[in-house]
Design a protein around this ligand. Structure first.
Ligand SMILES: C[S@@+](CC[C@H](N)C(=O)[O-])C[C@H]1O[C@@H](n2cnc3c(N)ncnc32)[C@H](O)[C@@H]1O
Length: 277
């Protein structure tokens, strides 16, 4: 057994990360699961300025970063680790589907997933619409209706991260200008996804009627869901699968994604890896 596995099994690595969190110490790449260290870093972090530190702190309050090269390395590696975990779990689906013409990401944060998908897959030409809004407040009700206090994004920082990564065919939509609703977006979309946003921090059921108007019969939807996620009546109108995925930090436990489509055949590649939900 490797030293890493021994430390992990004894809980020492988790304890070290918790200690860092409570003392507010800067993170290091040692806290990222080693499985991601050798994988390509499709998502690139710009130099870690104080403004970027603040933008990340609003979206990921669990991170303690500073405007240093250490924090930049940690953030870049952890973001790519998150993306690889999702990608690996979805690979049978993503690598077999046709490149989507139009993609919507709901709650894109600082754009890690859009950058990653565009670079890891032959999706350079796909049009991505990224929907989020500026906001200082975080309200995570998980059930019920959205409130005005949920947005914690930074659209200026998002645009800077996208420019730094030199991705094309990406358009940012300010949710506040759309009255905090999805139905003003120019759908339909071939792929709609929301990682750690609709379905995770906020009720997917609350978004559902708006989402339904944005998808067609062959669209795919992918949503990170929280541990206590419960199905809701409108979900019976689509085919679905649950997919478990690994996360970026050593201390993290796996989470699940809900994958949906009106066309059940499109979801079958996922059955190779996971049994039907
Ligand atoms: C935890 S972050 C996740 C960011 C990104 N998807 C990721 O995985 O790194 C949640 C994001 O959802 C956004 N958000 C908050 N309320 C929202 C809403 N009502 N609709 C869409 N996005 C929302 C926040 O502003 C924030 O950027």
């Amino acid at each position: 057994m490797s030293l890493f596995r021994i430390l992990k099994s004894t809980g020492l690595l988790r304890w070290r990360t918790e200690w860092r969190k409570h003392t507010g110490r800067e993170h290091s790449t040692l806290e990222v699961d080693p499985r991601w260290r050798e994988r390509a870093r499709h998502f690139r972090s710009p130099p870690m300025t104080q403004e970027l530190v603040h933008a990340i702190a609003r979206i990921s309050p669990q991170f303690h970063l500073r405007p240093t090269a250490t924090s930049r390395s940690f953030w870049e590696l952890s973001q790519n680790g998150s993306c690889w975990g999702e990608y690996d779990a979805l690979e049978p689906l993503l690598t077999r589907m046709a490149a989507p013409g139009k993609v919507l990401e709901v709650g894109c944060g600082l754009g890690r997933s859009a950058v990653f998908f565009k670079k890891a897959l032959p999706w350079k030409e796909s049009t991505f619409h990224l929907y989020d809004a500026d906001g200082p407040r975080i309200h995570y009700p998980r059930t019920g209706e959205r409130s005005e206090r949920t947005f914690c994004g930074d659209l200026q920082a998002l645009r800077e991260v996208l420019a730094y990564n030199e991705v094309e065919n990406v358009e940012v939509f300010d949710a506040r200008k759309l009255d905090n609703r999805l139905d003003g977006l120019p759908g339909p979309y071939d792929l709609v996804y929301s990682f750690y946003a609709a379905g995770f921090h906020w009720s997917l059921a609350d978004f559902w009627d708006e989402l339904e108007g944005l998808i067609h019969d062959n669209s795919i939807g992918i949503f990170t869901i929280h541990r206590n996620f419960e199905t809701f009546p409108q979900l019976s109108g689509v085919a679905s699968r649950m997919v478990t995925f690994e996360r970026s930090l050593i201390k993290d436990h796996p989470h699940r994604m809900l994958v949906i489509s009106r066309n059940e055949a499109l979801l079958r590649p996922l059955d190779e890896a996971t049994p039907p939900a």
